[in-house]
Design a protein around this ligand. Sequence first.
Ligand code: NDP
Length: 314
Amino acid sequence: MTTLILKPVSPAERSQWIDAFHAADPTLTIIDWDDPSAPPETVDYAFAWQPEGRRIAAMPNLRAVISPAAGLDHILRDPAFPRDMPLYRMGTQETVDQMGDYVCWAALTLVRDAWRWAEAQARQEWSPWLNQTRTAATTTVGVMGLGELGRATALRLKALEFQVCGWARSAHHIDGVDTFAGDDAFIPFLNRTDILVSLLPATSQTAGILGKKTFAHLRPQASIISVGRGSQLIAQDFVDAINSNVLRGAVLDVVPQEPLPQDSPLWTCRGVTISPHMASEASYRDRAAYAVSVIHQIEAGKQPALRYDPAKGY
Ligand code: NDP
């Protein structure tokens, strides 16, 4: 018998998760994180959003923690989380596909300055303006982060005829995509980029990477798509860059403070579209099936992919 402890984002989701886990593996015993009668020694696996690290450390037979999200910052922000505990991030096909869809939509939105249409519509105003001659084919999208999501997203952008380049810590080869590796290649990568996408994880190295030092090296009138994590965006630098026309526009799915406060200047920046951190949110069924596949692989003595590496920080 394998026992999973479940801690969803909100208690209202509990029954959907239980149904989804039982559809994936009817033999799984599921106990609730808040059940005071659940003995910690019976727990084999945790599927948890923002689990308290000391509770995890107090489960003597725990074999792995599986994150319901691709980002692990919600777990690692707690210094009490035991860094040697096997920790797996979410990585389903739906997660990849939704992110690809979102970034392609955002890039096309920016190419066409679609925010102008939304503003005119809100004023109930039919106001055509002379469009620029930009197209996907004349626009270079630079993707920061070429992992599970970045690689697939770069290929989707390429399929839409964008010019695509990518940057990561280590060298990557992706057909049709010009890739750059490491800190020394960062500025040459930015120099090529009209639309900068962040698909980087939240780490101490990536904090504040979407700031004025980066914006200064982009092509004139560049735009950004922020889908990695909000800690990467320096809000004041961003507002200044929009106001001074260093940046032409942006699509922000992740922002430094979430939910974004009502009085944040980001809401009213010209050329900026904001979505509430939902670029990629795979279904319960898809994520539960992935978590169960991780459990089955570990039970079979295999090493599942997408394991957190404490040395790299992601
Ligand atoms: P991966 O861990 O698979 O990929 C991370 C990529 O970032 C790798 O290519 C890695 O380089 C690169 N990287 C990490 N640190 C650096 C650095 N300092 N300099 C240069 N490159 C770096 O992650 P995923 O692709 O699965 O996810 C990426 C992020 O997307 C998640 O961490 C999460 O924050 C975000 N996300 C956002 C969602 C949303 O709805 N907005 C939904 C899902 C995820 P290398 O290949 O060399 O290791």
